[in-house]
Design a binder for this molecule. Structure first.
Ligand SMILES: [Zn+2]
Length: 191
C-alpha cells in the first residue's frame, strides 16, 4: 500500500481584482472566447483544491490545502508568499495562463534560480518536473499540438519571494472539456 500523501499545499491563483497591487497585475491574458486569466486561475485552483479534498475524504491523502485568494481580489506578491509562509506550507504553486502571441501552445513550469537565493532548488525542480509531466501529458491527450515547454530556472513574478513553482499554460490547452462541469472552463475551451 503506498504511503499516505501528507503535507500543506498553498495554491496561488494568479492575478485578481481590478487594480495592480504590490507587483501583481489584476489580469494579463484573455482567452479566445473572452475568459480572463484571473478567472481561469481561480477556477483551476478551486478544482485542484476539490480534488485534493476528495482524496482526503477517500482516505488516500492527508493534505491541508489553501488558496491565496478565494474570490476576485488581487494580492501583492509578498502577501501571496506570506500565506504560504505563515501556514508553514510545504509547497506554494502559482497558477497562470499565458496569452503570448496566440500561436504558442503548451505548458511550462518555472522555478526560482539559485542565483535568486533559493535554498531548496533541487526540491523545487523535482516538484516542478512532476507538475510539468503530469500537466503536459494530460494536455497532450486533448491537444496533440501542445508543446512541452519544460521546467525553467527563470525569474518570474515571484522572483523575490519564496515559492515552489509557477505553472503557466496556454488557454487553448486546458484539458477541461469532458472532465469539468465548470462553466468558465467550458467557455474557455469552447466546449
Ligand atoms: Zn499570469
Amino acid at each position: 500500500m503506498p504511503a499516505l500523501a501528507k503535507g500543506i499545499v498553498v495554491l496561488d491563483p494568479g492575478h485578481g481584482g481590478f487594480d495592480p497591487v504590490g507587483g501583481s497585475s489584476p489580469n494579463n491574458a484573455v482567452s479566445f472566447s473572452g475568459v480572463l486569466e484571473k478567472a481561469m486561475t481561480l477556477e483551476m485552483s478551486k478544482l485542484i483544491r476539490a480534488a485534493i479534498e476528495s482524496s482526503n475524504q477517500a482516505g488516500s491523502a492527508d493534505i491541508q490545502v489553501m488558496l491565496t485568494r478565494d474570490s476576485d481580489v488581487n494580492l501583492g506578491l509578498s502577501a501571496r508568499a506570506t500565506v504560504a509562509k505563515s501556514n508553514a506550507a510545504d509547497i506554494l504553486l502559482s497558477l497562470h495562463f499565458n496569452g503570448f502571441d496566440k500561436q504558442v501552445r503548451g505548458t511550462e513550469t518555472l522555478v526560482r534560480p539559485i542565483a535568486d537565493g533559493t535554498v531548496n532548488h533541487a526540491d523545487d525542480r523535482a516538484f516542478a518536473q512532476r507538475i510539468q509531466k503530469a500537466v503536459f501529458e494530460t494536455i497532450k491527450g486533448f491537444d496533440a499540438g501542445a508543446n512541452d515547454r519544460g521546467v525553467k530556472d527563470q525569474n518570474s513574478a515571484f522572483s523575490t519571494t519564496p515559492f515552489s513553482a509557477t505553472l503557466r499554460t496556454t488557454p487553448s490547452a486546458v484539458p477541461a472539456c469532458s472532465r469539468s462541469s465548470s462553466s468558465t472552463l467550458r467557455r474557455l475551451t469552447s466546449c
